[in-house]
Design a protein around this ligand. Structure first.
Ligand code: HEM
Length: 390
């Protein structure tokens, strides 16, 4: 099947996202013209693709065997380019950078209290930019050096772009996150993912997708203090197997406990239900994260289904007196940003709970985030047409 989604979205059958992640946000410098920005991004795009072939800008003339080493280091580098609300902001750009339509739901995250129940962390990091480059690879070296090579190109060629921030993350090979639960269990069959993520509007975005990234800090001490049982009710899954909790029962002491049904792992239907459980009438289960995040449990192509493809990466900044500063770069791709905005704002969804169950509301806080348009492939670089329309 051919599609025009950029290669940094690992949604296709047989693909899985590699474990290293780095996001680099860039702004266009004041006064730059659309055509100079087009040329600048084209330069960076070409440089990065040369790097993947082992041709690094500061290593020209490298002997062939050394070039092969460099190629081995960078050949799996996933490069994705996306554009933020700021690129369309006439008050930030004189002359304007594009005349194409701004996607309706491509909004700033910055100018309000983010979301009703997910509050800003005391430490705010910038997250809005004109351009976002997402690097993914098997090694931290590839994604980190990829970002540094972009900086070199900007310096050497005096490109009209300014790095704003870079954020790095990692994924575990056992599919779990910093809260120890499996993440990405119910990420849809690959066959239906394309429907959930492929954009239709505006015209220049047809066949592309939209990215949301939220850098969410997790208070690990408060999470661990909940204990396994309340954690399972908060997530809605068994901690050890990832199976969806099917029932909640009350113990003699009045405590609620998750009652995971035992599944026959040879029965495909049981496994499907284990991954993607049906809608629940149980009021305790309904409050769990997996149900809040997907209340309708509709098929991904149904208009009201609000499904997204999640490709998150953990982060760890430091371990100090207050414990570890860590969390999740929640990264999702969806056919429209309205999906994410609905999930984060609607009551019963994540609009009235930071996470789910009776997890404390200050368990999570938002350090930064942003919404980005990820145009389809097919031009010299994705989004080239933005700078060309006259
Ligand atoms: C630090 C923050 C977060 C953590 C640690 C976290 C963790 C998890 C875990 C452990 C699961 C269950 C495994 C799975 O079904 O894949 C899950 C599912 C899910 N999460 Fe989160 N999550 C976080 C934030 C968010 C946010 C902000 C959103 C929405 C914008 C979200 C949307 C979802 C969705 C859609 C599912 C799948 C639900 C389903 O269809 O069954 N999560 N998350």
């Amino acid at each position: 099947v051919s599609d025009s989604i950029q290669s940094g979205v690992y949604f296709r059958s047989g693909e899985s996202a590699p474990p290293a992640y780095r996001l680099l946000l860039l702004n266009v410098v004041a006064g730059a013209t659309a055509s100079s920005v087009e040329a600048a991004i084209a330069s960076i795009w070409t440089m990065l693709h040369n790097l993947r072939e082992g041709r690094a800008q500061d290593l020209s003339g490298q002997p062939e065997d050394r070039r092969q080493d460099t190629e081995g280091q960078f050949s799996d580098l996933g490069i994705l380019i996306a554009y933020g609300r700021r690129l369309f902001d006439a008050s930030a750009h004189d002359p304007p950078l594009t005349k194409l339509d701004r996607p309706t739901y491509l909004s700033y995250l910055d100018n309000q209290s983010a979301f009703p129940s997910l509050r800003w962390d005391a430490r705010r990091i910038p997250g809005e930019a004109d351009v976002a480059l997402q690097f993914t690879a098997g090694s931290v070296a590839a994604v980190s050096c990829g970002a540094v090579e972009v900086w070199k190109t900007i310096q050497d060629q005096r490109l009209p772009l300014q790095p704003i921030v870079t954020l790095g993350g990692f994924a575990r090979l056992d599919g779990r996150g910093c809260m120890d639960f499996h993440d990405g269990v119910s990420n849809m069959d690959s066959a239906v993912r394309a429907m959930a993520i492929t954009a239709g509007v505006p015209v220049w975005m047809r066949g592309g997708t939209y990215m949301a990234f939220l850098r969410i800090r997790v208070d690990l001490e408060s999470w661990r203090a909940l204990g396994r049982n309340r954690q399972e009710l908060a997530v809605g899954r068994d901690k050890l197997t990832g199976a969806a909790v099917q029932a909640v029962r009350e113990t003699e002491t009045g405590e609620l406990v998750a009652d995971p049904r035992s599944f026959d792992l040879d029965d495909p239907e049981a496994i499907a239900e284990w991954r993607d459980p049906p809608q629940h009438a149980d009021r305790h289960l309904e409050r769990a994260h997996i149900h809040r995040a997907n209340q309708s449990r509709g098929s991904p192509d149904a208009p009201g289904s609000f499904r997204m493809f999640r490709q998150g990466y953990e982060f760890l900044d430091e371990i100090g007196n207050d414990g570890p500063r860590l969390g999740l770069h929640f990264v999702s791709f969806q056919r429209d940003l309205r999906v994410l905005q609905h999930v984060m704002n609607a009551p019963g969804w994540l609009g009235d709970s930071t996470f789910g169950g009776d997890a404390p509301e200050d368990l999570l806080s938002l350090e930064t985030g942003g919404f980005y348009a990820v145009p389809p492939t097919g031009e010299a670089f994705p989004g080239q047409g933005l700078f060309r329309a006259s």
